[in-house]
Design a protein around this ligand. Sequence first.
Ligand code: GLN
Ligand code: ZN
Length: 726
Amino acid sequence: MSPRSPFPRSTVLGYPRIGPRRELKRALESYWGGRSTRADLERVGAELRERTWRRLAELGLDGLPSNTFSLYDQVLDTAVLLGAVPERYRDAADPYMAMARGTEGLAPLRMTKWFDTNYHYIVPEIGPGTTFALDASKPLDEVRQARALGFETRPVVVGPVTFLLLGSALDRLDDVLGCYEELLSALAAEGVAWVQFDEPALVGDRTPEELAAVRTAYERLGAAEQRPGLFVAAYFGDLGAALPVLAGTPVEAVGIDLVRGGLPAADLRGKTVVAGVVSGRDVWRTPPGRALAALGSVRAADVVVSTSCSLQHVPYSVADEPDLEAGLRGRLAFAEEKVVEVVALAEALVHRPGDLDRPDGVPGREPAAEVRPVAVRERAPYAVRAAAQAGHLRLPALPTTTIGSFPQTGELRAARAAVTSGTLSQADYERRVETEIERAIRTQERLGLDVLVHGEPERNDMVQYFAEHLDGFAVTRNGWVQSYGSRCTRPPILHGDVARPGPITVRWASYAQSLTARPVKGMLTGPVTIVAWSFVRDDLPLRDVVLQVADAVGEEVRDLEAAGLSIIQVDEPALRELLPLRRAAQADYLEWAVAAYRRATSGAGERTQIHTHLCYSDADQILAAIDGLDADVTTIESARSGARILGAVAAFGRGLGPGVYDIHSPRVPSADEVEELLRRTVRALPAERVWVNPDCGLKTRTYEEVEASLANVVTATRRLRAELRS
Ligand code: GLN
Ligand code: ZN
């Protein structure tokens, strides 16, 4: 059946929900800490939703979404909606939070990154025993809450194909479609005019079977007797082959990402196209000429102005950033400002359609600079480097080290806040940082580690710290974006040409080295990771921006070396994250990402040992690229992914440090357990190339846990060393 009312003229696909001052974070943490009740938490949620609807309406937005709020994650909400709650969580005091965060006796569900964003979702666990049963209370409650406030809303739900693909269970399509049909009829009974099904999985490479599932799903849902209008939103790229498939189903509206994706080739004349012309992934104002041109090129029954994806990936408002320099502020648009743009574009579309024919009537940005070739100085071959480093460093077999950070104490964070507020002098703060460095060095010496780190006490965050010390970046005061659950980050804004006005970490690294005769490892964040975790200028190709950052990191590498650091680690944990969703674009990305890394590190002499660190288990797609980084030593997550990763990295032929314990848990591994893992490692890899280290940095742990764990790591290593000698 067809919808009762036409689609609104302007809308957004979703909105931030953590609260402009991270109210949700505080409410969650207070509930988790036992200082407030579930009802208190729900009340904060209701207030945040109310505030969002009122604000969106005030700004003139026509189509308000609902069910975009979440206490933790929208994919987890969808699992609950469909009744896909694994048996073992059902008796927990709060099953939802138990799935999200675990309990004393229960591990949480797995969490991973949402497409190519830095947002993490909870992976649905769907097994042969999973029974689906609809529980539509959350979307219905939100529709009712909004209606009581005078707002008609469009519930947003993760669509069946994306949900099942995320849970690797597309074979259960038939079962979940039953629930979706029931949901449609419940929404229709509630008088809901439109529902939005989010299907970002459709912008990736999809097999013919998967495309057939799309057809089956939307033909079946389209045929439902009682239902609202169906709006399928696919974002983060081009719909490609999925578009004609969707166009051939009875869905009434299709959401297309016109910022990242191209223009639809399919025949959409019978559909409403919800045109995503305002980017939900960056913080820049939309050039109106470009947006109007894109709108003008859509040939459809009806065109609605929207954002390219949910605005959950950008902060609330530029109005909360009084410290930003005026010129930069004028170029920025966060969620609120993007809503204003959507409304203005919809206005132009209705009242001044003539503008559509003058795409360049409004000035855009400067044209992009020329793409430069990537010049990479080649380092000496590995064998030459390895010999030079061995002679210089004189490390024992199975050298022990850590990934960089040591526990970040509350006092240190308080001291940083005190410097910002002016109650602590810079000199006093620096003395405290030095005290922390000394503590880290003495601890490592006492434990008997071979390669030491300064512990990163001066860093609030591994990206923000560098952004604060490089030209071309700005940092925000309130620009928080949800990363997962209550975790938020404040991505720096990379707005201009990047340059390093002076050394950044050299002071701390050389102080650490001055305290000890053992080698200290300098610690830097790699160019891809710095860019991946920032909002980046869009007037230059991403590749060129990364290269600028690589040159700045390269200068730091050379200064560390000149200051006497003989080991330098350049972390690239986000290498995987920026991998394009489409296979066709991946090789090009990996090529320049690797080239940027090598450009940053190749200035180091052959005696200087370069380490890199990566912390994910799904490295399979980028193994060749990790090898291509050509680092002398690669430390990598492996305690959880186990033997699989060992086999894969064995072929690298250079130093390798597969993590011997998982730092994400407070558990202290026993020496026996570490020894067993090490034994497995030296069976899979030549012992002379093996390093011994934890899985990742230690900043989230306590000193107590760290000391106990590392003591056992050293004990296990010594036992094995003795065995190798005999
Ligand atoms: N050097 C960083 C640390 O130890 C690496 C963190 C990471 O891999 N994400 O904290
Ligand atoms: Zn890590």
